[in-house]
Ligand binder design. Structure first.
Ligand SMILES: C[S@@+](CC[C@H](N)C(=O)[O-])C[C@H]1O[C@@H](n2cnc3c(N)ncnc32)[C@H](O)[C@@H]1O
Length: 200
């Protein structure tokens, strides 16, 4: 009987020890893992002819580094790399989109030029990019202003369908896509950004 009691005691201690280690590991991985949250908008891909127009308006050159904030399947950065041989970085918070973007990079053999990262765009340092392409909600464009203010002088922004409220734009263009037969509105900005005057 004493033997069984001893064995039960040892087994219980081992379980406690294992549980303590598991709890400790969970705390460590909780600390080191990137905070994960859902996207701030759903995924809708920009038609390819609209992408071409956006790249023209952003005056992309071979030496540019192009960012797509909320890159979806990576079509914009892939198109820029294929057309101009420039570097592209796509950021998306949704792991499924990142998977699709990696497949797209692979399919188009632009792995030397394009990378994608699973990041929250509102945490990014944008000081190293030459061109930022956006297809986000108006509230998201607005929330990005403090980061966009830090773009290096001469960097261009082209925003699809929604402007950056409160910021002076260079121009806006309406483009009818042959792919979806719909008008798309494109807004062009150059850094340093200037806030619109609030004076009457
Ligand atoms: C309208 S789609 C545009 C996709 C792509 N730029 C295009 O034009 O084809 C917006 C993308 O932003 C991503 N997104 C939303 N909130 C985000 C956030 N906080 N950080 C990074 N990506 C985000 C979504 O997952 C989605 O793929």
């Amino acid at each position: 009987m004493r033997r069984y009691l001893c064995l039960a005691l040892v087994a219980t201690s081992l379980l406690w020890a294992a549980a303590a280690v598991a709890e400790e590991n969970a705390a460590v991985s909780k600390e080191s893992a990137k905070p994960v949250r859902g996207p701030d908008c759903v995924y809708v891909g920009t038609p390819y002819d609209v992408i071409d127009k956006m790249l023209d308006l952003a005056a992309i050159g071979k030496d540019d580094v192009v960012y797509d904030l909320g890159c979806g399947d990576g079509r914009i950065v892939v198109a820029a790399a294929r057309r101009f041989g420039c570097h592209g970085v796509g950021y998306d918070i949704d792991p499924q989109r990142i998977k699709e973007a990696l497949a797209n990079i692979d399919k188009n053999r632009v792995e030397d030029l394009v990378e994608v990262k699973q990041e929250d765009i509102f945490t990014l340092d944008l000081s190293q990019t030459d061109a930022v392409l956006l297809y986000l909600l108006p509230s998201m464009n607005k929330r990005l202003i403090p980061q966009l203010m830090k773009l290096k002088p001469g960097s261009r922004i082209v925003a699809h369908n929604y402007d950056i409220e409160g910021i002076v734009r260079d121009r806006s263009v309406t483009f009818r896509s042959l792919e979806d037969g719909v008008n798309h509105y494109l807004f062009v900005y150059t850094a340093p950004l200037e806030k619109e005057s609030t004076k009457p």
